[in-house]
Write a protein that binds this ligand. Structure first.
Ligand SMILES: *Cc1c(COP(=O)(O)O)cnc(C)c1O
Length: 332
């Protein structure tokens, strides 16, 4: 995996949530720290810094890529600095639905304000910017092998990636009960986060399939959806020079009524769809007491009402795809 991504170290672990937690443990993130997280993502991206005692500060996303907006990020950082209550520490950049976040811009902001980048690549494995691969853009990067992700195993699994030797050594220690010289020598408080051996065996086979044809196959499915649907609905945009691993193919409808209507119509026709995500992070009850909102989050609020993920996987037949396209067009 390290060779595939092009980083020095890959440390496997039990799931993508643990992978994020391990990164925060290595950086000693906790009380008094601010961690910048997109408002439009899976709960774990904001849950893990909060679990460590830090405050997740939610940042709006771009309508066309669904990823963190660099302008909104910079606003949120300035706002936190101005208030002076928390120390800005980490930017969690999420590669949502398979497309890498805008790392060239996010890296410039991280350097300007002296922040670390944690790439949450749970949905991003296999993506690229130019020749550089996802899970290599963060100071530490993480992924998940849950079956719904681009590279899935048959249960739970995850990994952490970094070029930094000392952080890699700490990650290896924290994931096995803070081990020192061996697992019965414990030098720090850690966790039990092994990648299950059976899942590792599955991944050895599936990584090969992923490299050889699955990644190309989902890109063909995506190209076909975009070509056939772009006149009927708002189709997802991939930035120039970016390559997506299409964890999801998410379209945007006009409004919530049309989105919910299309979903019900497709269900009647036997076509499953999903809404990722029905609620912004900032609207989750778990964060209600935390003062996580510093900037306008209206793009995310709008996306949550209009987004719909269509069936998408590398083994989709042309007939199956034609049926989805025909029914989406028929409704819209
Ligand atoms: C799935 C996911 C995670 C968590 O991964 P698990 O393996 O389910 O713990 C974290 N972040 C994002 C963006 C995800 O999609």
């Amino acid at each position: 995996m390290a060779a595939y991504v092009g980083v020095k170290h890959c440390i496997t672990c039990a799931n993508g949530t643990d992978a994020l937690t391990l990164a925060f443990m290595v950086w000693n993130i906790g009380q008094g720290d601010a961690v910048f997280v997109p408002d439009f993502t899976f709960f774990a991206s904001g849950e893990t810094p909060a679990f460590e005692g830090a405050v997740p500060i939610f940042v709006d996303v771009e309508e066309d890529t669904f990823n963190m907006s660099p302008d909104s990020l910079e606003n949120a950082i300035l706002q936190v600095k101005k208030e002076g209550k928390l120390t800005p520490r980490v930017i969690v950049a999420v590669d949502l639905f398979g497309q890498p976040a805008d790392y060239p811009k996010i890296r410039r902001i991280a350097e300007k304000y002296d922040l670390l980048i944690l790439e949450d690549g749970a949905q991003g494995f296999g993506g690229r910017i130019g020749e550089r691969k996802a899970c290599g853009f963060g100071d530490i990067s993480t992924t998940s092998f849950f079956p719904a992700k681009p590279l899935g195993c048959y249960g739970d699994g995850g990994a952490v990636f970094t070029d930094h030797d000392e952080w890699a050594a700490l990650l290896r220690s924290y994931r096995i009960h803070g081990k020192g010289a061996d697992k019965y020598d414990n030098v720090r408080i850690g966790m039990n986060s092994r990648l299950d051996t059976l899942q590792a065996a599955v991944l050895q086979v599936k990584l090969k399939a992923f490299e050889e044809y699955e990644l190309a196959a989902v890109n063909e499915v995506a190209d076909c959806y975009t070509k056939e649907l772009q006149d009927a609905v708002h189709t997802p945009k991939i930035r120039e020079n970016f390559y997506s691993s299409w964890a999801q193919y998410s379209i945007l409808l006009k409004d919530e009524e049309q989105r919910n209507g299309l979903q019900a119509y497709l269900k009647e026709k036997g076509i499953p769809t999903m809404i990722y995500y029905p609620k912004p992070m900032s609207g989750q009850g778990a964060f209600a007491e935390m003062d996580c909102v510093k900037v306008d989050l209206s793009v995310t609020a709008d996306l949550c009402q209009r987004v719909l993920a269509l069936p998408m996987h590398p083994y989709m037949t042309e007939e199956e795809q034609e049926e989805v396209i025909r029914e989406v067009k028929a409704y819209c």
